[in-house]
Ligand binder design. Sequence first.
Ligand SMILES: NC(=O)c1ccc[n+]([C@@H]2O[C@H](COP(=O)([O-])OP(=O)(O)OC[C@H]3O[C@@H](n4cnc5c(N)ncnc54)[C@H](OP(=O)(O)O)[C@@H]3O)[C@@H](O)[C@H]2O)c1
Length: 256
Amino acid sequence: MEEIDFTDKVAIVTGASSGIGAATAIAFAGYRAKLTLVGRNEGRLMETSEKCAAKHNIAPLCLILDLTIDSNCEMVIKRTVEMYGRIDVLVNCAGKIILSSLHDKSMEAFDVVMNINFRVPFFLSQLALPHLTKSKGNIINMGSSLAKRFKPGLMPYIITKSALSLMAKHSAPELLSEGVRINTICPGTTRTNILSNLNMNDEVQRIVYDALAIDMPQGKIIDPKEVASFVCLVASDMFPNLNGAELLIDGAASLT
Ligand SMILES: NC(=O)c1ccc[n+]([C@@H]2O[C@H](COP(=O)([O-])OP(=O)(O)OC[C@H]3O[C@@H](n4cnc5c(N)ncnc54)[C@H](OP(=O)(O)O)[C@@H]3O)[C@@H](O)[C@H]2O)c1
């Protein structure tokens, strides 16, 4: 099997300041990709950037932006093309989890989670498409294996993740003629900052992760590096027929 190699290829990774996005950026850097990293937390984004640069001495373009502002999504594509002249891979990883349900008294939580988890990937994909068409590139959405399960209090989050899978399924056939692939990767519970970003303190996080680990068939939470390696594999040229897929990487948790 040929080696993964992203030399002279350009990947945009959103959510690169933390968790799965940070691990994904570092994995791409290991395969010599030129990178645009997007996040809001400057300190954490710079940490990822340094780890990327340490791989093959290629400094990423770092954009500290809130992606829920449309002009910032436009900026991501514009600055990437200005810097590198092309886009080969878009990884839509930025996202958040919010507890919400039909019992909510307002649409606020729904709008927040729908915006960053689904509208932003949709808009960035629209904006990147002309460039991906030129490079015969591909889009990877970060879905979730929770899209296959019932979890109380997470219905709107789960809908956003199901929507990403449907976006890939329904746009892949349309994009065939342009030579652009689109897939959704659906991890199970992965150890990241997603719970601390939900304002859980360390002690509560430990309790929640211990409870979530019991729910994983092997009793273990997934290391973000495993998801990151899988993203690089799917984004590479190794599997030109891998398209429109919803790819579970959850230790079969969604089947138990
Ligand atoms: N952890 C899991 O168990 C798990 C499982 C399945 C799927 N996922 C999905 O994986 C993706 C990454 O999650 P994670 O677990 O790695 O969480 P995380 O550690 O909390 O990282 C979330 C990332 O999204 C970025 N982000 C959030 N809102 C943003 C905004 N408005 N503008 C720009 N960037 C924004 C954050 O940037 P800042 O921190 O800089 O604001 C951060 O880089 C999410 O889509 C999540 O739904 C996670």
